[in-house]
Each structure stands twice: as C-alpha cells, then as structure tokens.
Write a protein that binds this ligand. Structure first.
Ligand code: GAL
Length: 377
C-alpha cells in the first residue's frame, strides 16, 4: 500500500513539475548553450523579439560554422515561444538570394535584424544592417523587408543610406558639404571638434548617412524609430520612420557625436527612454553604456556603465542587442546580448539578464542562472 501511495505521489509530482516547466517556470542560463525544442542550439544572433498575439518571436542572424560564418549564408531565422524559455524553430524567414548581384546575395552581411508590427497596415516590418557581398563593411546600408505573416517569408523591399539631403534637427554645425580634404589625424582634438561639427554628416549629406549596428523602437503612440551607428561608427543617429515603418521621414538627430557607440538597445521605463550601447571593439566585448532621455528625439544624457560586479567592464563578456519588455509584468525587462564567437560564429552564446532598477535607474548584474522570480510582480 505504502509503495502504491509513493508511486502515486511521484507521478503527481512529476506531472505537476512537468507542467510548471512547460509553463515557463524554468531558468535562464546566460552564456550557456541554449537548445530549441528540437534540441539544437538556437541560431538567432544579434537578434530582437517581437511580441505578437500572446507569442514571442525571436529573430536573429543565422550564423554558420568556421571563420566565414559571420557572413550571411542563410538569412534571418525566427523562433517562437510562449514562456521565453522554450523556443520552437520557425525556420528561415528572410532567405539570402542565390542570384548574382542581388543586394542580399548569399555571402553578404545581414546583421541585427529587428521586426516590428505595424498596426495601421497589419504588416510585419523587418529592418537589418546590410553590406553587399564582397564590399566589406563599406556600404553601411540599412535595409527593410516586409511580410503579412510574422513568420514570413519576408520580401526584401530596399536598402538605404538614411536621411540623404537633410540636416539633423539638432544640427548646429556647418551646413556646407564641401568638406576640407585636409587629412585629420583620428582622435586629435581637431578631429574630435570636426566630428562634433558634423564632418561626416557633411561628407555623406548627398548620398545619405552611414547605418551599421541598428535597432528599432516603437513608442506607445505607434511612432517607430530607427536607431543606428553612423559617421564611421562615431555617432548614433535616431530617425523617425514613416507611418508604414518602411521609410525614413528625414526627421533625425545625432546622439553623442564622436562617442563611438554601437549595438543600441532602447526601452521605455516610467515614461523615460533608456538606451544601452557598447563601445566599438568589433566582436570583442567592452564596457556597456547607458543613456536616458525624456523624448526619443533627445536630449540624451549619458549615465555611465549599467553593469556592476565582476566583469562589468566587459558587459559580462557580451554585447547588447535588444531589451525585451516581459509581457504581463510591470516594469520587467530582459537585457539580451550576444557573446560572439568569431572563430565559430554558430556557437555564439546568448546572455540574457534581468534589468534591475535602483531609484528608477536600470543596472545589470551577473546571474549564473535566474528566473522570473527576480521580478517583483
Ligand atoms: C561589432 C558589431 C557587430 C558586427 C561586428 C563586425 O562591433 O556590433 O554587429 O558588425 O562588429 O566586426
């Protein structure tokens, strides 16, 4: 009899805890391999998440093995989840093209894809950093693709150099595109002054501004913003997108000229806008930066490194990609970052950490593992 009761208790406990796990009572293990529901390490690097109809969709760069694995051999992959722990592979939603000369020809660079839903058009809009095949990082394009279904397929629309022929809203520099050809040595006071004054804005005025690391942010009123590293990665630009989210409005600002910020991730907390970025050291980690503003279009104030504790000066060996608001929880955000592996990019890891707050200012600390209990409601 005792044995039977024991077995029944064990079965109930097994079913109960199994259910809890299925409902998201799992744990995040930052930096560890993260397996999808087919037991394959998730392949969605430099990613972002779009929450739609009660489901999270994680979009990211499909990387491959070996040294060339950072170029786009496959495209953008998507995963879905209801609990943020268990991810189902939804396949490749934007495919590279096999057509020679295509802007998204296999072997190009497709980085940091972000997808947002446009309520007015009912379409899903993906923007990503694009470098055409064989041109290194010289194009500095941002590109857009759309789909009627969140899981694609996404059709390529166009690539752009943003804001051609317009000056930024906050611009006080020289409005003259004939820049001096005098070679300025980088990081000299003269160079810094010239950058501040819009040296590269002026240089790229006609062809459009450079756009490399990028993210999107949609405000509560439905306005979408494109945030990107520009001016040779020296200055961030924030641009308002059109109502359909597929073009630039030419309303834009510069943030921290000469500040060398990359990997922007933006979120809104208690009516203020926060942005986490990294410095520029390629695939190597560096110290993250935090900034705050009362409006997306500025003025942005630098608040320092949001990370605390051991390895805070390396962002816990990762680089920001997105800040994900957790649905149904007040003020709960997940910092999403990449731990790149340039010698075997497919093995890059994900560092997801909960954002903590101190006097309404976010900070990040390391957790070997964590779960939703760290959030208060
Ligand atoms: C990083 C950037 C990545 C990728 C890489 C290439 O700084 O954040 O998205 O562009 O450089 O070296």
């Amino acid at each position: 009899m005792k044995k039977l009761v024991g077995i029944i208790v064990a079965v109930i406990a097994f079913v109960f805890f199994g259910e809890l796990l299925a409902n998201g009572e799992g744990d995040f293990f930052p930096g560890e391999k993260w397996f999808d529901t087919d037991s394959i390490h998730i392949n969605a690097h430099g990613g972002g998440v779009c929450y739609y109809d009660g489901i999270y969709f994680w979009f990211g760069e499909h990387k491959t093995s070996g040294r060339g694995g950072n170029s786009a051999q496959v495209g953008v992959r998507c995963y879905s989840s209801v609990n943020l722990y268990d991810w189902k592979n939804e396949g490749v939603v934007l495919n590279v093209s096999s057509a020679e000369g295509s802007e998204i020809e296999k072997g190009c660079v497709i980085e940091r894809p972000k997808v947002v839903y446009n309520k007015a058009t009912g379409r899903f809009v993906m923007w990503f950093h694009l470098e055409r095949k064989g041109r290194g990082y010289n194009d500095a394009y941002t590109a857009v693709a759309v789909s009627d279904k969140i899981t694609g397929p996404y059709s390529f629309v166009k690539s752009v150099r943003p804001n051609a022929g317009t000056w930024p809203l906050d611009y006080s520099g020289v409005r003259d595109t004939l820049i001096s050809t005098k070679k300025l040595e980088w990081w000299t006071p003269e160079f810094n002054d010239a950058v501040n004054d819009g040296l590269f804005v002026r240089r790229d005025f006609s062809k459009g501004q450079m756009s490399r690391d990028m993210t999107l942010f949609v405000d509560d009123d439905g306005t979408a913003y494109h945030i990107h590293s520009s001016e040779e990665n020296l200055t961030l630009h924030i641009s308002k997108l059109t109502g359909d989210y597929i073009s630039f409005t030419n309303e834009w600002i510069r943030v921290f000229p000469g500040g060398h910020n990359e990997a922007p991730a933006v979120f809104k907390y208690k009516n203020r806008y926060f942005m986490i970025t990294s410095g520029c050291t390629g695939w190597d980690p560096n110290e993250a930066r935090l900034a705050v503003a009362d409006s997306m279009m500025g003025h942005w104030t630098y608040l320092g490194n949001p990370c605390v504790g051991e390895d805070a000066n390396k962002t816990f060996y990762s680089q920001s990609t997105y800040v994900l608001p957790v649905a149904g929880k007040n003020d709960a955000f997940i910092f999403m970052a990449d731990r790149w592996n340039p010698s075997n990019p497919i093995d890059g890891r994900y560092v997801w950490l909960p954002l903590m707050f101190n006097n309404d200012v976010p900070y990040l600390k390391w957790f070997e593992s964590w779960n939703f209990n760290v959030f208060h409601d």
